[in-house]
Design a protein around this ligand. Structure first.
Ligand SMILES: O=C1CCCN[C@@H]1CCCn1cnc2ccccc2c1=O
Length: 505
């Protein structure tokens, strides 16, 4: 494995592909849009699963598993929201040489798979709330250019589906789950996110409202949707007749359940890689890294005596085992066929958070040298404080990764109140907080008008047009103060709130 040969700033897509393949996170597969998740990335997914699973179980969610196949009759039951997605649905039409009577869809999401059974299982209001989650994969036959982790035809995710007696209970849970999603990004992946509500145009059409965690990719200045938590209202319960008798008595009308659905996928891993990794390879935040530290003997030369070499190796192995005993995911590389320098670059490529160097001089001083992957900062740690200092160094690195990413997001999230400042701000890799009227036509106008050059001319075909216009990313819960009578950024109407706009994935 040689190093990364593409510069992150010069060819971001090419860099991203190399980072992932040379960092052994994934491999390309012979079905377009599908990828193999190799142990380092699958281990990150397992860390996300463990953390999130503990959180949802603590609020009474149970895991279950439903079939991946959906009959066309059932899938098309929810007309309005499916029609927009229909082109993405993958169908099984044949088994062996015999055609199937009815084509069977592979689940792109599981509302229509699960809700007929929710209706069957929920008879009394005492059966509410029902809170189930699936850890599974779904298939969406996207035609847009596939990107590892970010846009793939099959992806791993979790999809939570809950049914409640009251809107209040449901809406409370929507926000609770959104906080958990923000926790996955900020606590585990060291990725800052902005929480907010999707506009009517961008929300899940089958629901009442969509809340979202929005990330930011500094390299491209583009926003990216990180996870969504939808309140479905009674739309699906009316469609699937998911109702209970009124607790107030049979003379009161039956109640259609209030539902939520929420999802986070392996896209999160792609976001983490794009934000933290550099031209030397992956940079993986310590809390989710499969291995957290590489113990590497150094200073062994031809002149080193056998017993000296043996002593160095034994000391290194004891360092490795002491760290493992306190829960640090450490490993040692004692292979003498490779030089320390070669090993350093290998583990930089794989994004191992810290390396621990141990040579004759260090042993004399009863110390090791610890080097951080993110900024090569060096620490001298004495043997007797290993178990104390190494965890601290890892935690400090986790914090520094988050701080740096947050600094970049915060300095590229700018308030723009006048239209003339909108496109120039976009072209400086910013996402924009703009006063907005809340009208969908205006939102569409903003997207089209921001796809033009600053002088209002259309982009020429051959222009390396950035990803064109700015979409609405979310209406942040944390709102800047609207001035009295503030006008919408684009039209003459009065603004009702600040909306975050940006080029996006
Ligand atoms: O986001 C989530 C979170 C997890 C559960 N599902 C919701 C909504 C999914 C929206 N969606 C997204 N792509 C689709 C593709 C084909 C058919 C249907 C759909 C579809 O309903």
């Amino acid at each position: 494995l040689i190093g990364i040969t593409v510069d992150k700033a010069l060819d971001f897509p090419g860099w991203y592909q190399q980072i992932l393949t040379k960092g052994e996170m994934l491999d390309y597969y012979d079905v377009s849009g599908c990828y193999i998740l190799r142990p380092p990335s699958y281990s990150i997914w397992e860390s996300i699963q463990k953390w999130f699973d503990d959180k949802i179980k603590a609020i009474g969610v149970q895991n279950a598993y439903f079939p991946m196949f959906v009959s066309s009759r059932v899938l098309e039951k929810e007309k309005d929201h499916v029609e927009g997605f229909a082109p993405e649905v993958a169908w099984v039409t044949r088994a062996g040489s015999s055609e199937l009577e009815e084509p069977i869809a592979i689940r792109p999401t599981s509302e229509t798979v699960m809700y007929p059974y929710y209706a069957k299982w929920i008879q009394s209001y005492r059966d509410l709330p029902l809170k189930l989650n699936q850890w599974n994969s779904v298939v969406r036959w996207e035609f847009k250019h596939p990107q590892p982790f970010l846009r793939t035809r099959e992806f791993l995710w979790q999809e939570g589906h809950t049914a409640h007696l009251t809107a209040k209970d449901a809406e409370e849970e929507v926000l609770q789950i959104l906080d958990f999603y923000a926790g996955v990004y900020e606590e585990l992946l060291a990725v800052p996110v902005i929480k907010g509500r999707k506009t009517e145009k961008e929300k899940f059409a089958g629901g009442d409202f969509t809340t979202t965690c929005e990330g930011y990719i500094p390299q491209t200045g583009r926003g990216i949707q990180g996870a969504t938590s939808h309140h479905l209202g009674q739309n699906f319960s009316k469609m699937f007749n998911l109702s209970v008798e009124n607790p107030l008595g049979s003379d009161h009308p039956k109640i259609f359940a209030y539902q939520n659905s929420w999802g986070l996928s392996t896209r999160a891993i792609g976001v983490m890689v794009m934000i933290h990794s550099d031209n030397k390879g992956l940079v993986v935040p310590p809390r989710v890294s499969q291995f957290q530290s590489a113990v590497i003997p150094v200073g062994i030369t031809k002149k080193t005596s056998d017993e000296q070499r043996k002593h160095i190796h034994e000391t290194a192995r004891s360092v490795e085992s002491r760290l493992k005993k306190v829960g640090i995911r450490a490993f040692g590389d004692y292979n003498d066929n490779y030089t320390p320098g070669w090993k350093f670059s290998q583990y930089e490529l794989k994004g191992i958070p810290i390396r621990i160097e141990l040579g004759p001089k260090d042993i004399e001083k009863n110390q090791v040298v610890v080097v951080r992957r993110n900024d090569s900062k060096k620490y001298i740690v004495s043997f007797d404080e290993l178990e104390l200092r190494v965890p601290e160094i890892l935690e400090e690195m986790q914090g520094d990764l988050f701080k740096k990413a947050k600094e970049l997001f915060d300095t590229h999230r700018v308030i723009v109140n006048e239209w003339k400042g909108f496109v120039p701000a976009l072209n400086k890799k910013n996402v924009i907080l703009a006063p907005w009227c809340g009208i969908m036509e205006c939102e569409e106008d903003i997207k089209e008008s921001s796809a033009k050059r600053d002088d209002g001319e259309e982009f020429e075909e051959d222009d390396k047009a950035p990803s064109m216009g700015a979409k609405s990313l979310c209406i942040p819960f944390d709102q800047p103060v609207l001035n009295e009578g503030q006008k919408c950024i684009r039209c003459e109407r009065t603004a009702i709130n600040y909306c975050m706009f940006g080029r996006s994935y």
